[in-house]
Design a binder for this molecule. Structure first.
Ligand code: ATP
Ligand code: MG
Ligand code: MG
Ligand code: MG
Length: 497
């Protein structure tokens, strides 16, 4: 089943159960101070659950563009290294605002997966909240009883508060959840561990696909729970993971969501992706790195392209800086492991627009603009990347010379900061390059250099603001470096064209 049809069937199914289908909210949130990017389907409906606004319908379904690269949900470090966490992904969801509850939600989820999508029942596991006496939250007997009618009891797993209880914050609506996991192991792999029930994290091919949250309690300021007068359902299913399960593959990157992008990268770079999620043997280390690099690139271009299409340009502060860092991570992987020294990520935008443009017209309509922004960013970063890498190589060599007996070492934080400040190397990029060599840098020294820099720029800004961006206090990294004026002026120009 093609991914287009997977998405359509989800929405059609819930439309036929009386749900209003709404568009995805933008990936970038401008009016929510608590959240930088949309990281789940429910974010745009928060006010409904809090009772501050009334939904157009008490049954809604959609697919939401999500980005998990900051805050509570940050999957960036896993991307490329596993085959089912992305920075940008689509979350399919259905909601009940004070309307249906567990019985309908569970039965529909089961019907959709097993009858519409025809996933074999014996490949599915579910989890139910086990209860937590300390926090006074009960075992979810109701969900257990509903699941028991649908699935063998030995495939219902009890989950703890961390995985199976959802809370908005210290106070407010909360409730247990039931996750659905799909088992994509081969018969031999299953036989090898027979009798053992698995959920994700135990095996890379047993993957969580759908989370069903049942909001039935309100946590009061004193920590106690009361029943909500109106109960809600909030579900989220990973679209790319669902496509993996339905397309007979064991990696999201082997679905048609990613293969056109991968083919384009192969065409541009001459590298070959080996469709594989197992770690190859050490002798195949360079192929491993090629695979990781390709996964990183095809993942990151989606995050960056959709963010730009939704109005978030790469920049030196806040959400814009996060987007810039993601793009630079992709460029760096291409540069180091695919040996590509020219702008190339921008060429993937056309493939993406072609593939996703029908359902997400924003990417098709702004294809040229998005391509141009990415190309400018790439050109600017590549110019300094080369110089920066040379400097880093020298620092590494000097450090090793100074510590010959240890072999491994930590470079000075001041040098890491120089790379950041002068060459635009984000902290995590330097850490990544060093990690590959079994090295690290002194974080405390880096932070001290950063503080000193901020103090200097505050002083400087009293005199002249020309060369410095406004420093935003707080924990968002603020980069005030070489490419600020040059690049942003260009971007403004492109936008006007
Ligand atoms: P995981 O445990 O795999 O990290 P999660 O429990 O953090 O997932 P939820 O917050 O429950 O995920 O989100 C609902 C669904 O969204 C998940 O069941 C999964 O299918 C999908 N999902 C979550 N994070 C990602 C991601 N980084 N990339 C792709 N899909 C994801
Ligand atoms: Mg997660
Ligand atoms: Mg999980
Ligand atoms: Mg989950």
């Amino acid at each position: 089943m093609k991914s287009q049809d997977v998405r359509k069937q989800f929405l059609d199914f819930f439309a036929s159960q009386g749900h209003l289908i709404v568009p995805s909210a933008p990936i970038v949130l401008k009016d929510d101070p608590t959240l930088m990017f949309n990281n789940s389907g429910m974010a745009q409906f928060k006010e409904y659950f809090l009772g501050n606004a009334t939904p157009k319908s008490n049954r809604i379904a959609d697919t939401q563009k999500c980005l998990r690269v900051s805050g509570k949900h940050n999957d960036l470090e896993d991307v490329g290294f596993d085959t089912y966490h992305h920075t940008m992904f689509e979350m399919l969801g259905n909601w009940s605002f004070g309307d249906y509850f567990k019985k309908e939600a569970i039965n529909w989820a089961w019907q959709l997966l097993t009858e519409v999508y025809k996933i074999p029942k014996e490949n599915l596991y579910v989890s139910v909240f086990e209860g937590n006496a300390e926090e006074n939250v009960p075992f979810d007997q109701e969900a257990w009883d509903i699941w028991k009618e649908l699935i063998d009891e030995d495939r219902i797993i009890l989950g703890n508060k961390k995985d199976n209880f959802w809370e908005m914050g210290d106070q407010g609506p909360c409730g247990p959840c039931s996750e659905i996991h799909v088992d994509l192991r081969t018969a031999e792999e299953k036989a090898a561990v027979s009798g053992k029930s698995l959920v994700n994290n135990d095996h890379p091919q047993v993957v969580e696909i759908w989370n069903n949250v049942f909001m039935e309690f309100n946590r009061k300021a004193d920590g106690s729970l009361e029943k909500l007068p109106a109960k809600h359902v909030d579900t989220g299913m990973g679209f790319e993971r669902l496509c993996m399960a339905l397309q007979g593959v064991t990696s999201n990157y082997d679905t048609d969501v990613f293969t056109p992008l991968i083919e384009k990268v192969e065409q541009i770079t001459g590298a070959k992706y080996t469709t594989n999620d197992v770690i190859l043997s050490a002798s195949e280390e360079s192929q491993n790195k090629t695979n990781i690099a390709i996964r990183v690139i095809v993942d990151h271009v989606r995050a960056v392209a959709f963010a730009i299409a939704d109005g978030q340009l790469p920049s030196n502060t806040g959400a814009g800086y996060v987007i810039r860092r993601i793009l630079r991570r992709a460029i760096r992987y291409g540069f180091t492991f695919l040996d590509i020294k020219e702008p190339f990520v921008n060429q993937l935008v056309a493939v993406l627009a072609n593939q996703m443009g029908e359902f997400f017209p924003e990417i098709k309509l702004q294809e040229t603009f998005v391509t141009n922004v990415i190309r400018e960013e790439e050109a600017s970063f590549l110019r300094t990347l080369d110089q920066g890498l040379q400097l880093l190589d020298k620092v590494i060599a000097d450090t090793k010379k100074a510590l010959p007996s240890e072999g491994l070492g930590r470079i000075s934080g001041a040098k890491a900061f120089e790379l950041y400040d002068t060459f635009g190397f984000p902290k995590d990029l330097t850490a990544l390059i060093l990690k590959e060599k079994g090295m690290s840098f002194n974080e405390a020294e880096f932070d001290a250099s950063m503080q000193a820099q901020k103090a200097r720029s505050r002083a400087a800004s009293e005199v002249s603001t020309e060369d410095w961006s406004v420093l935003i206090p707080g924990n968002v990294e603020t980069f005030v470096g070489y490419d600020q004026t040059e690049n942003e002026a260009k971007i403004t120009r492109i936008r006007k064209v």
